[in-house]
Design a protein around this ligand. Structure first.
Ligand code: NAD
Length: 319
């Protein structure tokens, strides 16, 4: 029997698929320090971002055949080392793109209409309804605004799809993508489709033209937007980072928010997770979420099913 340790959990849909194939799926969390002892008796491990699968652990598990990441980023796994040892490493890159894209717009709508601030201030015992109504009466519509997308892969293109559908001007930048066909479908009818080809432009053009700039790049080990780049942005524009902590330099963001250069920022990811810089969290022009881009019921179900399929295919291929 194939034994799988889903150490950071797995959606019930995925677990069921594996159990229907008579695989044993254990979901009881094993502490990181105990994995060296426990994992050698398993054929596969499924992790999210919490469990680390480093060289030492891989060396301790000669029977391990699959490392599966329920999500996208593989930073917590020594991928090359595992593959060199013949261990397959799988992730689910496409399963959560729609959910991340929707979170981007959650933040954009919130920032544009001060919803994040109203939610904090209107609930106070001494809240002055009329004063808040006046303070937040100059929000902006998103239609007609320019949305800059840095990184035009899976999530970037989903963001473009929603943005175009809402009547935003989309400007995308990606050194590896010249253009992409964005398929706009009216879900109510499914019969009406419109394909818009978006040609990418220079990063500098996105910086100069956009009212909102959102990042959808992999971890590149450095900030893509800092003080110099923010200086080239429109006054009062917005930055959204749901990619990786630090892609937008946090110190530069704070400075630009304090000076009013930026109208606001939205962050789902932070340099210091799980204890982000409190000054950034508490700034009134910042809308925050605790790294929940992929955390919807639908995305987690997609992830669970996609991983189960990959694992079943893997062991099926070994028969
Ligand atoms: P993807 O690989 O499909 O697309 C990334 C794109 O970025 C690629 O087309 C690549 O060419 C481009 N790119 C690389 N360097 C660039 C640069 N310097 N400038 C412009 N473009 C550049 O990846 P994806 O599935 O769209 O995911 C994007 C990011 O979203 C990843 O960092 C991932 O970790 C993150 N993510 C976050 C959450 C969350 O919970 N917040 C969930 C899923 C994914």
């Amino acid at each position: 029997m194939i034994k799988i340790l889903a150490n950071d959990g797995i959606h019930p849909d995925g677990k069921t698929l594996l159990e229907e194939a008579n695989y044993q799926v254990d979901t009881e969390k094993v502490a990181q320090e105990d994995l060296m002892e426990v994992l050698p008796s398993y054929d596969a491990i499924i992790v999210r971002s919490a469990t680390k699968v480093r060289k030492e652990l891989i060396d301790a598990c000669p029977n391990l055949k699959v490392i599966a990441r329920a999500g996208v980023g593989l930073d917590n796994i020594d991928v090359d080392y595992a593959r060199d040892k013949g261990i397959a490493v799988y992730n689910t890159p496409a399963a959560s793109s729609q959910s991340v894209a929707e979170l981007v717009f959650t933040h954009m709508f919130s920032l544009a209409r001060f919803v994040h601030r109203s939610n904090r201030e209107l609930v106070a015992d001494d809240a002055n309804f009329k004063a808040l109504k006046k303070a937040y009466s100059e929000g902006t519509q998103l239609r007609g605004k320019t949305l800059g997308i840095i990184g035009f892969g899976r999530i970037g293109q989903e963001v473009a799809r929603i943005g175009i559908g809402m009547g935003m001007n989309v400007l995308a930048s990606d050194p590896m993508v010249d253009e992409a066909d964005i398929d706009i479908m009216l879900y109510a009818t499914k019969s009406i489709r419109l394909t818009v080809t978006v040609e990418t432009v220079d990063f500098e053009e996105v910086l100069a033209q956009s009212d909102f700039i959102t990042f959808h790049v992999p971890s590149v080990g450095r900030a893509l937007i800092g003080k110099d780049e923010i200086a080239k942005m429109k006054d009062g524009s917005f930055i959204i980072n749901t990619a990786r902590g630090g892609i937008a330099d946090e110190d530069a963001l704070l400075e630009a928010l304090k000076s009013g250069k930026l109208g606001g920022a939205a962050l789902d990811v932070f340099v210091n997770e799980p204890t982000p810089n409190p000054e950034l969290l508490q700034h009134p022009s910042v809308s925050v979420t605790p790294h929940i881009g992929a955390s919807t019921v639908e995305a987690q179900a997609n992830i669970g099913r996609e991983l189960a399929d990959k694992i079943l295919e893997h062991f099926g291929a070994l028969d």
